[in-house]
Design a protein around this ligand. Structure first.
Ligand code: BES
Ligand code: MN
Ligand code: ZN
Length: 484
């Protein structure tokens, strides 16, 4: 899809040449910045009761008088925010999708800013994404080819920058969704390694893939304990984006890459177990963020670490009560083999030390408890570093991919005590998302660290089952904010 911005004046809006005009209406309809034909159409429709200005509502008009475009859709927005704009554009495009429209021109009746431009790209990409890889019978992607954002003179440059940022993020989100939606028999650790190698063709990106024997030499006993129950070879993927001088300390992203989580010997119940193919959502978001970096080319160094394997039960699988030695030297009693995410992440967090990072952020579909705590709208954010936490929260707000900070008080650590190792890998049901984060914290003493629990936000269940590509927008905004 092609996104453009067009500087125009109010009096020319009705003369815009496009297959459809999408007019987002926020606030008092009488005060909308529209020329006479569009204003008349809008006010008439409201007066006739054909359009109610409630968020989500739309009205489709065919060949309204005095308007060049054959189709007009009015879409009501809750307010002038980028978030409300994104929802309204989504609703409006939903109206146009079945009509085979190729070129839509969007009017943000208020002032369109960079954030609105970015939101427009997100909404249009989302409205047209179709998963096809293992479903060739899926409906073909909508015809939409070109989206033009009509902006006033004042907004011109920032709107262009917003579109560019939006397109980079959308490419990253799409890559993450495409990887995560693939079933476990397609998206294996080897597949993720191959995807990482594809990214390494892009400017400034390099990749190295460590095999089981390499991880063994490094002492990654915790990661390999999870991997040992599967016939799929584990991979430890190391991505680099070198956008700044060598001496500049990188941000390290660590993504959980469990390509299927059966729970292992502590096996999960059968219901909805298929959704555990999404347990590599953290890894997918790291790949997606690198895709975005390749497009935006910021002056920054970034390292991406992806420990990836399957969590399977077998005659060789790790058992409850087994004690493993992590790369950090700390021993772990594996009380529940289903708490495998932290076992693969802890060795990656230790590996991260060698990069002398400015910050480390891990991203993981880590706990069902986080879904209970926060539901599906906000990602759980854990960090003992206030400035890092604020930076990530702000990035989530800016990318319309919000997070919520959770506590990490020392008292929570007690739940991880073990009689047979330096720690157990589970801390009971109470505060499960927090005790999981406390476990990871024990491996992060050497740098500024934050943890994102995306168990509730990385995918949707039910009729719209599928990956969301989150938190690529949050991560990309955060990385851009780290440019000195
Ligand atoms: N991948 C799951 C977390 C998960 C579960 C995410 C359901 C989304 C929906 C993780 O590996 C896991 O199984 N966690 C356990 C931890 C428990 C054994 C302490 C959980 O949340 O039940
Ligand atoms: Mn698990
Ligand atoms: Zn898992």
């Amino acid at each position: 899809m092609d996104f453009r911005s067009l500087i125009t004046t109010t009096d020319k809006l009705s003369k815009t040449a496009a297959d459809a005009l999408l007019v987002v209406v926020a606030g008092d309809p009488k005060k909308q910045v529209l020329d006479a034909p569009l204003k008349t159409a809008l006010l008439d429709a409201i007066a006739a009761g054909d359009l109610t200005l409630k968020p989500g509502r739309t009205l489709y008009l065919h060949r309204p008088a005095g308007i060049k475009s054959a189709r007009v859709v009015f879409a009501a927005a809750a307010d002038e925010s980028a978030k409300a704009f994104r929802s309204a554009v989504g609703a409006g495009l939903g109206e146009l999708k079945p009509k085979g429209v190729k070129h839509v021109a969007v009017i943000a009746a208020g002032t369109a800013e960079a954030a609105h431009a970015e939101a427009l790209v997100a909404a249009a990409t989302d409205a047209t994404y179709v998963y096809r890889h293992t479903k060739p019978s899926a409906p073909t992607a909508p015809a939409l080819q070109t989206v033009t954002l009509l902006a006033g003179k004042a907004a011109g440059k920032s709107v262009q920058a917003g579109l560019a940022r939006g397109e980079a993020i959308a490419a990253g989100v799409t890559l993450a969704r495409e990887c995560a939606n693939r079933p476990g028999n397609h998206c294996t650790p080897s597949f993720l390694a191959a995807e990482a190698k594809k990214l390494a063709r892009l400017p400034r990106i390099k990749v190295e893939v460590l095999e089981r024997k390499d991880c063994d030499k490094l002492g990654m006993g915790s990661f390999l304990a999870v991997a040992q129950g599967s016939d799929e070879p584990p991979k430890f993927i190391v991505l680099r984006y070198d956008g700044d001088a060598k001496a500049s300390a990188p941000v390290v992203l660590v993504g959980k890459g469990i390509t299927f989580d059966t729970g292992g010997i502590s096996i999960k119940p059968a219901g909805e177990m298929d959704e555990m193919k999404f347990d590599m959502g953290g890894a997918a978001s790291v790949l997606g963020s690198f895709q975005a970096l390749a497009r935006l080319q910021p002056r920054l160094n970034v390292v991406g670490l992806i420990p990836t394997c399957e969590n399977m039960p077998s005659g060789r699988a790790v058992k409850p009560g087994d004690v493993v030695t992590s790369m950090s030297g700390q021993t772990i009693e594996v009380l529940n083999t289903d708490a495998e995410g932290r076992l693969i992440l802890c060795d990656a967090l230790t590996y991260a030390e060698r990069f002398k990072p400015s910050a480390v952020v891990d991203i993981a579909t880590l706990t069902g408890a986080c879904v209970i705590a926060l539901g599906h709208h906000r990602t759980g954010l854990f960090s003992a570093d206030d400035s890092l936490a604020q930076g990530l929260l702000a990035a989530g707000d800016a990318g319309l991919d919000p997070a919520w900070r959770m506590p990490l008080d020392d008292e929570y650590e007690e739940a991880l005590k073990s009689n047979f190792a330096d720690m157990g890998n589970v801390g009971g049901r109470a505060g499960g998302a927090i005790t999981a984060a406390m476990f990871l914290k024990k491996f992060t003493a050497k740098y500024r660290w934050a943890h994102l629990d995306i168990a509730g936000t990385a995918w949707k269940s039910g009729a719209a089952k599928g990956s969301t590509g989150r938190p690529v927008p949050l991560l990309t905004h955060f990385l851009l904010s780290q440019v000195r």
